[in-house]
Write a protein that binds this ligand. Structure first.
Ligand code: GRF
Length: 233
């Protein structure tokens, strides 16, 4: 398991307008609930400005309504093209000042208009240790492959399916006799733990992208200790 710590000083400096999240869902919304709960407990200093679902029947919408969060259904089938749909998503998210877009079981590929509107500002949770088992049915893929360890990955979204820079991972053992359902349930516990933590880390802004990697910036104190005080001012 890799965990990245956050820099509390940087968190405090982040203006609240930059802590607005937009969450995109298609179904159950248990990861949305994990974000709602983390905000309520004070583990995640953020506000969910809107929850958008491409399915009107997504149970996650009820979770959002119960938390008094604005909801919007944008049914992709009502749009002439994928780009038109993505442009609409981008417009709605930007209209609410969203700083970070969290995909939480959103069963749509994210296209260029949305990626360009939120460069390195779209994050996803996937139920495997990427780069193993991208795409659908990741838990079944892991069992059928015979791996002994799988897990969950939070990653930034790029044009490559489940292929963007990894922000955080948690490992989960695959037990003899696991079914996709039993493994999914064990992985989900870790998803709910690391997703809010990874979102909190991203909101600190104390990271950079280096090639394929999402790298935490060194805290200012450590850089000063290394004699970079002049450069830091
Ligand atoms: C989760 O397993 C997540 O990793 C994957 O889709 C599932 C969504 O579950 N991307 P939920 O809607 O958050 O309960």
């Amino acid at each position: 398991m890799t965990q990245l710590g956050s820099d509390p000083q940087r968190t405090q400096r982040t203006p609240s307008a930059e802590r607005r999240l937009g969450v995109l869902i298609s179904g159950r919304g248990s990861n949305l609930q994990a974000l709602i709960d983390a905000i309520a407990d004070g583990r995640l200093a953020a506000r969910i400005a809107i929850v958008i679902s491409n399915r009107a029947a997504a149970p996650g919408l009820e979770r959002a309504r119960a938390a008094l969060i604005e909801t919007l259904v944008l049914d992709h089938k009502a749009y002439g093209s994928r780009d038109e749909y993505d442009r609409t998503l981008a417009r709605e998210l930007q209209a609410r000042g969203v700083a970070l877009v969290c995909l939480a079981g959103f069963m749509r590929l994210v296209g260029i208009p949305l990626l360009e509107a939120f460069p390195d500002r779209i994050v996803n949770i996937h139920p495997s240790l990427l780069p193993s088992f991208p795409g659908l049915d990741a838990q079944r893929q892991a069992i059928e492959h015979g791996v002994k360890v799988s897990g969950a990955t939070v990653h930034l979204v790029t044009g490559e399916l489940d292929g963007g820079p990894i922000v955080m991972q948690a490992a989960v053992p695959v037990e003899d006799g696991d079914t996709p359902e039993t493994l999914a349930a064990r992985i989900l516990v870790q998803e709910h733990r690391i997703y809010p933590e990874a979102v909190a880390f991203l909101l600190t802004g104390a990271w950079r992208i280096d090639g394929r990697r999402c790298v935490p910036c060194e805290p200012v104190q450590e850089r000063r200790a290394k004699g970079e005080s002049q450069a830091l001012g």
